[in-house]
Design a binder for this molecule. Structure first.
Ligand code: RIB
Ligand code: CA
Length: 341
């Protein structure tokens, strides 16, 4: 009799231990995240992707910035994405209405007047948070545990730059900044050498680069390798829920410009690659490099200069992602959209 009780005790003990390990491993994997964004068609897809992933992403807030369209519209569109994802628990903080120094530029030609071509926009039910984005970034990062907060940057880096200028010590709270932006091998999409987010505020990108925080860049070099296709759009449409209908309608409009401009068979979903990188980094590869941003007026304004072969031996200040698994990206995006209504 004693032997059976002993065996049962040992069995229960090992079950309990593996349960504790499993929970602690899962808890350890949750990312504390702030998403800074200028929605923007691909931003909205990225936001739905992220908001559909609460098991991995603990989203403290969305901060909006002028970029693809003016701030009032990027802020409304971020609130729309939050409503469509059923995540009105996530606050939206409006940020900078213009870049640090340069004349503001927008991309209505790509994203439509309202910043979201392909779908009807309207005033979402829930409003903005009281605080501004810069105030929220400073307050959150100053109070955060050391190097605990990840920031996903999906637009011009103005908000984070302003926060760093105002309170440089906020670097203590930053674990990593994952940026959609820049171009090296691919060439630019707003000038022959510059990508839009960097071109829209190169001075802000310089401030972030010089802050010394851990940086990962997802440039056009990788986003232009992760393209939609008829089959990939069909796999999303086959979900047959509101989210997949919204994403289909948004992407069908959004990709037209790039397909025509580059003569490619599909379009990139730039900002959503940042979310896929956070959820499944093994889908991507790159290397640590030295990156500098050109903020001088002239033909290379906004260019990211990447020392891919370390010719200068300068400090490697960023992880530069240059390739990714396109089908793996669309499978993950589809699987997450399936979780939404
Ligand atoms: O160059 C692509 C980037 O610029 C994306 O973030 C898109 O939303 C625009 O902001
Ligand atoms: Ca964007």
């Amino acid at each position: 009799m004693y032997r059976h009780t002993r065996k049962l005790h040992l069995l229960l003990r090992s079950l309990l231990l593996s349960l504790i390990t499993l929970t602690s491993v899962q808890a350890a994997e949750k990312i504390d995240l702030i998403i800074d964004t200028d929605p923007g068609a691909d931003d909205v897809v990225a936001l739905l992707f992220a908001l559909a992933s609460p098991d991995e992403l603990n989203i403290h807030g969305l901060t909006t910035v002028a970029g693809n369209v003016r701030l009032d519209k990027t802020s409304r569109n971020a609130r729309l994405a939050r409503e469509w994802a059923g995540r009105e628990d996530v606050p939206v903080y409006a940020g900078a209405p213009k870049p640090l120094m340069r004349t503001p530029i927008y991309a209505e030609g790509v994203h439509g007047e309202e910043g979201l071509s392909g779908v009807a926009v309207y005033e979402p039910k829930k409003g903005l948070a009281e605080d501004g984005a810069v105030e929220f970034l400073i307050g959150t990062l100053k109070a955060a545990k050391p190097h605990s907060i990840t920031i996903a940057m999906l637009g011009p880096q103005t908000n984070l730059a302003l926060a760093l200028i105002q309170e440089p010590e906020i670097v203590q709270g930053i674990k990593e900044v994952v940026i959609m932006g820049g171009a090296h091998f691919n060439g630019g999409n707003i000038t022959p050498v510059a990508e839009f987010n960097l071109f829209a505020d190169p001075h802000a990108a310089e401030v972030v680069l010089k802050s010394g925080v851990r940086l990962t860049y997802l440039p056009l070099d990788v986003t232009h390798k992760i393209l939609t296709s008829e089959a990939r759009l069909r796999q999303i449409a086959a979900l047959n829920n509101n989210a997949s209908k919204l994403v289909g309608d948004i992407l069908n409009e959004y990709i037209k410009g790039d397909m025509e401009h580059y003569g490619i068979p599909g379009g990139p979903v730039h900002d959503a690659t940042v979310i896929a990188y956070l959820l499944k980094p093994q889908l991507f590869s790159g290397r640590r490099v030295n990156v500098v941003v050109d903020s001088r007026e002239g033909p290379t304004f906004g260019q990211t200069i990447v020392d891919w072969h370390d010719g200068l031996g300068a400090p490697k200040n960023a992880f530069w992602v240059d390739s990714g698994d396109a089908q793996g990206f669309f499978d993950l995006l589809t699987e997450r959209l399936a979780r939404l209504k």
